[in-house]
Design a protein around this ligand. Structure first.
Ligand SMILES: [Zn+2]
Ligand SMILES: [Zn+2]
Length: 338
């Protein structure tokens, strides 16, 4: 079968590989769509130190079940259309004992620590397959995984209707956080240094945008909230100035979530955390969010189609990945179609 494989940093190809034989806990899926993610780019650049090589990438996978193992707690059937939960976990470490399998100490993410699903067929645990609503197209279904990342951040923040949330970074995750916030009837304020991205955010219904190259972020948030500051902030850029700014834009007793990965060490103003008694939350992967994500996508309460830049056939995936690396500003989500 064909698979998109990163042999080593800066070397990506479509190659012919053997299909993986499933065991009793696993199913085989005929893949129809696979999203290209920022982490696939990190694997290509060699900047993600948890990736080992060679690696078949892809963790945003939608496809059709063609065989099912005997251990099948969710009654998955041949012919079911599914997406995959790619975060495999050990089940016996401390985070797993709390049900926080998204931050399992021994986590193995598909396409990162172990082979992913950007291939014609994919073998994965049957209990980590989620059926997709009838009529939902493969391309949109593949965006369930990135939407779960946004939803997990929102759940960590306990975002409520009517609250303001400042979202730093108008990339795929930041825009999905903003769109999901709108579905929660909260009020997103998005911060990015690229005007085109802010225009796009507004076209998605985001009422307030800030370009920190032009405006003072804190002052703008004060203006947009009538002096009250935001109840929540979600940092989805990983840029140091945004990380710093996230503490300034929230109100006393506010909540701040960090989903972006900074490139280096960052200094934190713990005096502000204490003075405002902030809840500062890490947020990583997702846990139990796939069903909600699929419903939001199918109903178009979160219209993920608007952030799909391009759909490409598998043979064009390597060149597309290289182009995304060279011109990241030209792309949001790219979906590889099989
Ligand atoms: Zn992803
Ligand atoms: Zn674990």
């Amino acid at each position: 079968m064909k698979a998109v494989c990163i042999e080593k940093p800066w070397s990506v190809h479509v190659k012919e590989v053997e299909r993986v034989e499933p065991n009793y806990e696993e199913s085989v899926i005929k893949v129809h769509a696979a999203g290209i993610c920022g982490s696939d780019l990190g694997a290509f650049r060699g900047t993600n130190n948890i990736v080992s090589y060679p690696r078949i990438i892809g963790h945003e996978i939608a496809g059709e079940v063609i065989s099912v193992g005997t251990k099948n707690p969710n009654n998955i059937k041949v012919g079911d259309r599914v997406v995959i939960d790619p975060y495999t976990y050990c089940g016996h470490c401390y985070p797993c004992s709390l049900g926080k399998t998204n931050c399992c100490r021994n986590i193995k993410v598909r396409g990162v620590h172990i082979d992913g699903g950007m291939s014609e067929y994919f073998t994965h645990y049957t209990d980590m397959l989620i059926k997709i609503p009838e009529g939902l197209e493969w391309e949109r279904a593949a965006l369930a995984e990135p939407l779960t990342i946004a939803l997990h951040a929102i759940h960590r923040l306990k975002l409520q209707k009517g609250e303001h949330i400042v979202v730093f970074g108008a990339g795929t995750i930041g825009l999905l956080v903003a769109m999901a916030s709108l579905a929660y009837e909260a009020i997103p304020i998005i911060v990015d240094i690229v005007d085109e991205r802010l225009d796009l955010a507004r076209s998605l219904g985001v009422p307030y945008t800030i370009n920190p190259k032009r405006d003072n972020t804190e002052q703008k948030v004060v203006e947009f909230t009538n002096g009250a500051y935001a109840e929540c902030a979600c940092e989805a850029s990983g840029a140091s100035p945004s990380i710093r700014s996230s503490f300034d834009v929230v109100c006393h007793a506010g909540r701040v979530a960090f989903t972006g990965y900074p490139k280096g060490e960052t200094t934190l103003p713990t005096d502000i955390i204490t003075k405002k008694e902030l809840d500062v939350l890490g947020t990583r992967n997702s846990k139990g969010c796939f069903q909600e994500a699929l419903e939001l996508i199918a109903s178009r309460k979160v219209d993920v189609e608007k952030i799909i830049t391009k759909v490409v056939p598998v043979d064009e995936a390597p060149e597309t990945l290289k182009d995304i690396e060279k011109n990241p500003g030209n792309y949001l989500k790219v979906v590889v179609k099989f």
